[in-house]
Design a binder for this molecule. Structure first.
Ligand code: ACO
Ligand code: HSE
Length: 399
């Protein structure tokens, strides 16, 4: 494919009039999972009001979720899998589905896989604040228009509170495991700390005990990239023909640099040039630029800018110690058996942050140091390196 002339140079829209209508057409509440439902079908549960950590509240919360496997009669086999920043509830496709529809953890979750759906009932909600069916900034507020700039600030704890409401609505008293990577790992850790009696096992992959100054800084420039796009209009762009696609695409480009490693980019793209002329500034672009452009612009077709800001801010809020005391004291509350996994090339959440977490958790399957996998793919390795991640998840679930 000729990347130079492909559509990826032109940011396209997530929220246009058409996609806005599609959002409005999101199926109404279809209720909770019932025996006999098709696996992987997206469902929606209306959970009522939620008081937020900030003191504000959402008068109405809806979560979208998908599930796979068979629910045990006593509901004892449920594994909750919260997704990473831009993931969604679709972590696994139907049996035999190809790569494109297999879902973001299609190589990890499934019959006979590490999270074996022949044994476990896997529950994957879309996060509160997201844009894939759960209540978020693009949802309608009580006055009938999108929340937009009025959508309240959310924390990781607020998102876990919504997940707890979902668990209550589905009659799940205690999870056999809560497992997540990156932002999903933050959720898993919060479950272990806030609801120790409701979680038997916890898997935290490529996530820290708190977001540090370096991570806050990396996130802040992404947020600013969106806010400075004139089409952002302080977050109230839903009635406009164009949204802040350039800002959002730039934020995704920046994020990708945190998600992948220098070694991977250097080995994969070298100084390759894509275009008709020589690499002196005209007639093309470097392959790595094309890669970033492609992903930045592809992202605008599946994500809402306000949602992105809300979720990045939630990641910024992450600090298990807030209001709870020193880290050792906070993590001493955890009763679950834990897996903490880091990636040696992760420059977003370096392995030291997982070692720190692991050192203070009372019961891990691997001792005081986190498990570290070796991969060139950086932070995204937990989404890519199925063969390296799987044995550790299988061990956690067998514990
Ligand atoms: C429909 C959806 O997109 S649902 C996605 C839901 N979101 C998530 O799951 C979030 C988590 N997932 C992710 O972040 C990513 O999808 C990941 C990490 C899993 C992707 O990892 P990888 O498989 O390593 O993909 P990689 O970064 O190499 O990108 C591959 C793409 O870049 C394109 N590409 C590669 N090199 C170039 C280049 N020089 N110029 C332009 N495009 C390029 C490829 O053609 C490919 O395109 P495709 O996505 O249309 O198949
Ligand atoms: N690439 C992943 C990882 C973020 O932690 C995502 O976009 O969700």
């Amino acid at each position: 494919m000729d990347w130079q002339t492909s559509e990826d140079t032109v940011p396209s829209a997530f929220i246009t009039e058409a996609s806005r209508r599609a959002l409005r057409g999101t199926p109404p509440t279809t209720g909770a999972w019932r025996e006999g439902d098709d696996p992987g079908e997206r469902r929606f549960v209306d959970l009522g009001p939620l008081e937020l950590e900030s003191g504000r509240s959402l008068p109405h919360v809806r979560l979208a979720y998908e599930s796979w496997g068979e629910l045990a009669p006593d509901h004892s086999n449920v594994v909750l899998v919260p997704h990473a920043l831009t993931g969604d509830s679709h972590l696994m496709g139907p049996p035999g589905s190809g790569h494109a529809t297999a879902g973001w953890w299609g190589g990890i979750v499934g019959p006979g896989l590490a999270i074996d759906t022949d044994r476990w009932f896997v529950l994957a909600p879309n996060v509160l604040g997201g844009c894939q069916g759960s209540t978020g900034p693009a949802s309608f507020s009580p006055d009938g228009s999108e929340w937009g700039s009025r959508f309240p600030y959310l924390t990781i704890r607020d998102q876990v509170a919504a997940q707890r409401m979902l668990a209550d609505a589905l009659g799940i008293v205690r999870f056999a495991a809560v497992i997540g990577g990156s932002m999903g790992g933050m959720h898993a850790l919060e479950w272990a700390v806030e609801h120790p009696d409701r979680v038997a096992r916890v898997g935290v992959l490529a996530a820290p005990a708190f977001s540090n100054a370096d991570q806050l800084a990396l996130n802040s420039v992404q947020i600013e990239a969106i806010r400075m796009d004139p089409l952002f209009r302080e977050g109230d762009y839903y009635d406009e023909p164009e949204g802040p696609y350039r800002g959002l695409a730039l934020a995704r480009r920046m994020a990708l640099l945190n998600y992948r490693s220098p070694d991977e980019l250097n080995a994969r793209f070298e100084r390759s040039w894509q275009g008709t002329l020589d690499p002196l500034g005209h007639g093309g672009r470097f392959a790595v630029e094309s890669y970033l452009d492609f992903h930045g612009n592809k992202f605008t077709r599946r994500f809402d800018a306000n949602s992105y800001i809300a979720l990045v801010e939630a990641m910024n809020s992450h600090d298990v110690t807030r209001g709870r005391g020193p880290l050792a004291e906070t993590l001493a509350r955890v009763t679950a058996t834990c897996l903490v996994l880091g990636i040696d090339s992760d420059r977003l959440f370096p392995v030291e942050t997982q070692h720190l977490l692991s050192a203070h958790l009372p019961r891990t399957i691997h001792g005081s140091e986190a498990v570290v996998i070796s991969s060139p793919f950086g932070h995204d390795s937990f989404l890519i390196e199925d063969d390296l991640v799987s044995p550790h998840l299988a061990e956690l679930l067998a514990s």
